[in-house]
Design a protein around this ligand. Structure first.
Ligand code: V47
Length: 371
């Protein structure tokens, strides 16, 4: 009883100090971030994050009408947290050629509200860089009004390696072909220790950051993410957030931040790690909002969180609920329990029920309509 009392008392002192800083709009330190993770008062954490969310972006909650396309699941990286990537000779392996991609995009444009595409794929062992450039050019030529967000920092690094071009040249070539933004995947945890263990065959932390910085220099906005709930420590989560905050101070080019709670099903780690708790998910959402004071948007990715928890997360610092998606494969390969697609009406109702204003936007957060 005494131990519990002592813990609650000392936490109250620490959180009071941090709460004062938040109310004054002061930047939180690494120590503050660690102390916030120690705090079990989830309601207080939520209210602090909600306050910061309101200050930064008011009551608008963004969603978009989009379509995910994964060109191939064949992947040379084979990260131990991923259930989507596979070898070329696997029964699940698939490849989309340009004709098929254009067919899928045409079908998607049957929805007059479709604003853009989200393209993330495996690191294919033999496709040349030109293959991807031609696909982007073909989509843009045939569907010029669609916004194209594609290729994570990991894919861009792969393209640089296979083409012998610099990261800047790769990005410039894709931009000239019609690419407008980069998704936030591939950041995982920006720590060499973690990457060596989980994903040694792809971009290092500094390569991922170099892609983001170069894209921002060229005027391409990118997203950022954190994959948590595997082998990382709480300190590594906070360091990850601080690394992103530092780069954002420099460039201002990150548009939104996404927390990916690790889904272990069908991955190499399925027997080692359990799915994160809702408690951890909401805590991480709130702490991300509080630490990333220079990010305008924090995404509650309904695919990973499920729709009810994503709705709840709108009270824990999030102001972006992603999109209609139409076909989600990466997270569902790893056992995501949400549906693979949602209607625009469902997203609008979800945001409204949370007491917020639904705002439809494109992949660069340009407002299409305020409801
Ligand atoms: O880098 C893969 C994550 C990312 C698992 O920018 C997993 O708006 C949890 O980039 N459990 C790729 N997470 C997806 C991606 C993305 C998705 C949605 C929105 C945006 C955006 C970007 O997916 C990977 C990795 O971090 N991931 N496997 C898994 N088992």
């Amino acid at each position: 009883m005494f131990i519990v009392y002592k813990k609650v008392k000392s936490l109250t002192e620490v959180t009071k100090k941090i709460g004062d800083k938040i109310l004054k709009g002061e930047r939180l330190t690494k120590e503050d971030g660690l102390a916030l993770y120690d705090c079990d008062d989830l309601a207080w954490l939520g209210s602090m994050a909600d306050l910061v969310r309101y200050r930064i972006s008011g009551d608008y909650v963004y969603y978009n009408v989009n379509r995910h396309i994964n060109l191939t699941n064949i992947c040379t990286s084979r990260c131990s947290f991923c259930a989507f990537g596979c070898d070329e000779d696997s029964q699940q392996a698939y490849e989309m050629n340009q004709e098929r991609v254009l067919e899928v995009v045409k079908q998607a444009t049957a929805d007059p509200d479709l604003s853009g595409l989200h393209i993330v794929s495996g690191l294919h062992p033999t496709w040349p860089f030109e293959y991807y450039v031609n696909i982007i050019r073909a989509i843009k030529t045939n569907f010029p009004t669609l916004h194209l967000k594609g290729f994570t920092g990991v894919e861009i690094t792969h393209f640089a390696k296979i083409s012998g071009k610099s990261i800047r040249q790769v990005l410039q070539t894709l931009m000239d072909a019609g690419l407008e933004a980069l998704p936030g995947g591939g950041a995982e945890i920006l720590s060499d220790r973690i990457r060596q263990q989980l994903c040694p065959n792809k971009a290092t932390a500094s390569e991922w950051l170099e892609v983001a910085q170069t894209a921002h220099d060229l005027g391409i906005k990118t997203n950022a993410s954190m994959l948590y709930g595997h082998i990382e420590t709480i300190e590594e989560r906070i360091d990850h957030l601080l690394t992103l905050r530092k780069l954002q101070d420099k460039t201002g080019g990150f548009q939104t931040f996404i927390c990916f709670p690790f889904h272990p099903e069908h991955t190499e780690m399925a027997n080692m790690v359990q799915r994160t708790s809702v408690w951890d998910d909401l805590k991480t959402m709130a702490i991300s909002r509080l630490m990333l004071d220079n990010f305008r948007n924090i995404k509650a990715y309904w695919v990973m969180l499920t729709l009810p928890i994503a709705q709840l997360a709108l009270g824990f610092g999030a102001n972006d609920i992603d999109g209609t998606i139409q076909e989600e494969k990466i997270m569902h390969a790893a056992g995501a329990k949400s549906s693979t697609s949602l209607s625009k009406e469902t997203l609008i109702a979800t945001i409204r029920e949370a007491g917020r204003t639904p705002v439809e936007c494109d992949c660069n957060f340009n407002i299409v309509k305020v409801f």
